[in-house]
Design a protein around this ligand. Sequence first.
Ligand SMILES: [Zn+2]
Ligand SMILES: [Zn+2]
Length: 104
Amino acid sequence: MTDYYLQVLDSPSWKVRAHILKGWAGAKCEWCGSGTGLDVHHLSYHRLGAETPRELVVLCRGCHEAAHDPVRQPSRIQFLEITDRHPETFQDILEAERFEGTYL
Ligand SMILES: [Zn+2]
Ligand SMILES: [Zn+2]
């Protein structure tokens, strides 16, 4: 955990991105469908601070813990099947019909 990472997670723009993605996912874990304790997990840190929706996945607490456990984590390919369905940009999500969240 770098200072920059913690700074990003604490930033208003990250909170907006996380909230938009949760809204797009129907406020459900994209792995198991649970609706409680949702986090947004990074599959890539390459654009930390300016992540795109395909670098992120909405997970419940239990699935998020599994995602950080080398033994239990889903494979890269399993995650890609989820993230490939994400719109390419957050702007695309906001313009998508399916997004009904009030994000601000
Ligand atoms: Zn889950
Ligand atoms: Zn994570």
